[in-house]
Design a protein around this ligand. Structure first.
Ligand SMILES: O=C(O)CCC(=O)C(=O)O
Ligand SMILES: [Fe+2]
Length: 342
C-alpha cells in the first residue's frame, strides 16, 4: 500500500464524546495502517499554550552558548537538558543542523527510579530563565492529555477495549523535545534531521514551518504540508511491534530548512518497564515478525546509539546497552528497504 498525501483528521468527536466518534476512530486506524502519518485538527488545545511554548523556545535558544550549555544534557543521568548542534548523530549520516532542549515527565529528585539510576526517569534540568518552566509544563500536560485520547482511539481501532493500554501509562518516559533549526543560507545542503523512525508509541508534533517529509512504500519522499492548526501524528516503533507490522512506523526526515524553524514533538510513551510484543490477534501462522522489547530499554538503546555523550559513556563502560538492543533504524522496514536512511 502506498500513499501520495497525508490525511487530515478532525478529532473533535473524540474530544467532546460525540456520536461521530466511531468514524474518527476508523479514520485514525486507516491512516495508521496505510500511511503511518496524519494531521490532527479539532484537537482543542488552547492557542495561548502553543504561543507561549513558542515564545519560551525563542527566548531559550537566543541565549548564549555558555548559558545553554549550563544545562547540557550530558550533565544529567536521565537524559534531560540542552542538546547542542552535532550532539545527536544518526547512523553514518552527517550531523543534523539543529539544536534542542529535551525534557520528559518531571518526577521529583527523590523518585526511586531516578535514585536507582534509571537512564530516562527523574527531574527535568530546567534553565534559570524566567517564564520558561511554567509555559513548557503547561504545554506538556495539555499535549500529553491529547495523547491519552489518541491512545484510546488506537486501542479501539485495533479491536481491543479502549482502555487496553491505559494501565501502562503512569509515569512514562514521554519526551517533549523543543527543536531549533537555524537558517543558514551559506551552509552546505544538510538535512535538518536525518531519516529515522520514532522510538515510542506515537508522536504528536507541532512544527512552525514546512520541512518535514515522510517516505512512502515506493521510496518517494512526500512533503507534510504545514498547517498552523494541526498536530502531525505519526506511528512509532512500539505500535509497529504491538501490531506485528499492521501499523507502520514510517520513516521521516526534515530537509534543509528554507527559514528558521522550530518544532515540538511529544513522543507519547508507555511506562519504562512495559513489555511490548505482538498482540495475539496480529500473529498469524508464521508467528510474530518482531521480538519483544521493554519500552524504556528500547528508547534508551536507540538514544544511546545516537547521542555523542552517551556513546562516550558506552565506550568508557559507564553504561551498557540492554542485551536485546536493536540496531538503529531496524523498524519501519518496508520504508527502509526502498529508501535507506540518508
Ligand atoms: O522537526 C520535525 O518536523 C521532525 C522532528 C522529528 O522527526 C523528531 O524529532 O523525531
Ligand atoms: Fe521523528
Amino acid at each position: 500500500m502506498t500513499f501520495t498525501s497525508i490525511p487530515v483528521i478532525d478529532v473533535t468527536a473524540l474530544i467532546v464524546g460525540a456520536d461521530e466518534r466511531d468514524a474518527v476512530v476508523d479514520e485514525l486506524g486507516r491512516a495508521a495502517r496505510e500511511v503511518g502519518f496524519a494531521q490532527i485538527i479539532g484537537h482543542g488545545i488552547d492557542r495561548t499554550l502553543i504561543d507561549e511554548l513558542k515564545g519560551a523556545a525563542e527566548r531559550f535558544f537566543a541565549e548564549s552558548d555558555d548559558t545553554k550549555m549550563s544545562v547540557y544534557i550530558g550533565n544529567s543521568t536521565n537524559h534531560r537538558g540542552y542538546v547542542p548542534a552535532g550532539e545527536e548523530v544518526f547512523a553514518g549520516a552527517t550531523p543534523d543542523h539543529k539544536e534542542a532542549y529535551d525534557l520528559s515527565i518531571d518526577l521529583p529528585a527523590d523518585d526511586p527510579d531516578y535514585l536507582a539510576g534509571n537512564p530516562l526517569l527523574g527531574p527535568n534540568q530546567w534553565p534559570t530563565l524566567d517564564n520558561f518552566a511554567g509555559p513548557v509544563t503547561a504545554y506538556y500536560d495539555a499535549i500529553f492529555g491529547l495523547g491519552r485520547v489518541i491512545l484510546r482511539a488506537f486501542a479501539e481501532t485495533l479491536g481491543e477495549p479502549a482502555d487496553l493500554f491505559d494501565r501502562f501509562v503512569t509515569t512514562p518516559p514521554a519526551q517533549l523535545r523543543m527543536i531549533h533549526y537555524p537558517h543558514d543560507p551559506s551552509a552546505d545542503d544538510r538535512p535538518g534531521i536525518g531519516a529515522h523512525t520514532d522510538y515510542e508509541v506515537f508522536t504528536l508534533l507541532l512544527p512552525t514551518a514546512p520541512g518535514l517529509q515522510v517516505v512512502n512504500a515506493e521510496g518517494t519522499w512526500i512533503d507534510v504540508p504545514y498547517r498552523d492548526d494541526a498536530f502531525v501524528l505519526n506511528i512509532g516503533d512500539l505500535l509497529e511491534i504491538w501490531t506485528n507490522g499492521t501499523f507502520t512506523a514510517t520513516s521521516h526526515r526534515v530537509r534543509k530548512v528554507a527559514e528558521e524553524r522550530y518544532s515540538f514533538p511529544l513522543f507519547f510513551n508507555v511506562d519504562y518497564d512495559t513489555w511490548v510484543e505482538p498482540l495475539d490477534r496480529f500473529v498469524g501462522e508464521d508467528g510474530p515478525r518482531y521480538d519483544g522489547v521493554r519500552a524504556g530499554e528500547h528508547l534508551f538503546a536507540q538514544t544511546a546509539q545516537s547521542f555523542v555523550y552517551l556513546r562516550r559513556r558506552l565506550a568508557d563502560g559507564e553504561i551498557a546497552l540492554p542485551d536485546n538492543a536493536r540496531p538503529l533504524y531496524s523498524l519501519g522496514r518496508e520504508a527502509q528497504r526502498s529508501a535507506p536512511a540518508v
